[in-house]
Ligand binder design. Structure first.
Ligand code: GUN
Length: 291
């Protein structure tokens, strides 16, 4: 029997676990604050940011949202980040990626105060994570670790394959999986668009994390019997629905679920965990900044 991993349930547990910390901070006079900044017309990005704001409201985090016209000069974004860095009510800052082409993404990541960088994307925080001393673990890989933990997936000595080498998911996921730490110690292979025989790699894996943004790339015949399959993909594909599209992952769920031992659905798998870990990092950030 294949277990469908319930990201909504594990995310609810993470949120419930934050309640005490939020109450304590409030009793001490600090309401954790998260600022989201959106400089994009992309409907998917708009949806993600509004879900993050709704999450804040639900758990008692003060959500601040700033929207910047996608054609505005880049300096408008940098000025906004400077103001948020200086605002004592803002403990976490998230600039939704991708930013428009005329904005230097690396400069954005460097501009955010590392202590407020709840994404964990600032080079200082990336360096700390790689060194095994993370300040804030990036939300998606951290959320995946929590899912593996909740479903008793053994990473110690496991063969893991990460499909995708993005800065947001693939690289940090790989780093966490190889670390000498609980939920690490996996022998990890990173595959990408130039990998010669992807199926040969994934078929060897006890754990497959698919994060490439290619709809249904990983199919059941590419998996080992009983593998744990984590699908990070959220791809909009044209479909005859009210919205004119449907969401599919990077894994072909129908064929994969018959082979996998455990598998995350899309939606309802990794997505809610990413959002829950953002709240977790924000509460941590508020604690650090009021110490
Ligand atoms: N775009 C897609 N995922 C993320 C994320 O985790 N953080 C930010 N800032 N932008 C994203």
């Amino acid at each position: 029997m294949t277990t469908i991993i319930d990201g909504n349930e594990v995310a609810a547990d993470v949120r419930a676990g934050l309640a005490d910390g939020i109450e304590t901070l409030k009793a001490e006079g600090t309401t954790p604050g998260l600022a989201t900044v959106l400089m994009s017309d992309d409907p998917a990005s708009e949806t993600y940011v509004s879900m993050k704001q709704r999450d804040c409201e639900e758990v008692g985090i003060n959500g601040i949202h700033v929207e910047i016209d996608a054609d505005a000069p880049a300096e408008e974004l940098f000025d906004t980040v400077d103001e948020l860095n200086a605002d004592p009510e803002v403990h976490g800052i998230l600039v939704q990626m991708p930013v428009p082409d005329h904005v230097d993404k690396r400069r954005v990541l460097r501009a955010i105060d590392p202590v407020k960088d709840v994404d964990g994307f600032h080079p200082e925080n990336v360096g700390r994570m790689v060194a095994g001393n993370a300040r804030y673990k990036p939300c998606t890989p951290h959320g995946i670790q929590k899912l593996l933990e909740a479903y008793d997936v053994e990473t110690e000595g496991a063969d893991a394959v990460v499909v995708g080498r993005s800065d947001i998911v693939g690289k940090p996921m790989t780093n966490l999986l190889i670390q000498k730490a609980p939920l690490g110690n996996a022998t990890t292979t990173v595959c990408h668009s130039r990998t010669k025989d992807l199926a040969a790699k994934t078929r060897e894996a006890d754990i497959v994390v698919a994060a490439v943004g290619v709809p249904e790339l990983v199919t059941g015949d590419m998996l080992k019997d009983g593998a744990t399959v984590v699908d990070v993909g959220v791809n909009r594909v044209d479909a005859d629905t009210d919205k004119g599209y449907e969401l599919v992952g990077d894994v072909e769920f129908e064929s994969a679920k018959d082979v996998a031992g455990r598998i995350t659905p899309v939606p309802g798998g990794v997505g809610p965990m990413t959002r829950a870990m953002l709240l977790y990092n924000t509460v941590k950030a508020a604690g650090v900044q009021t110490d």
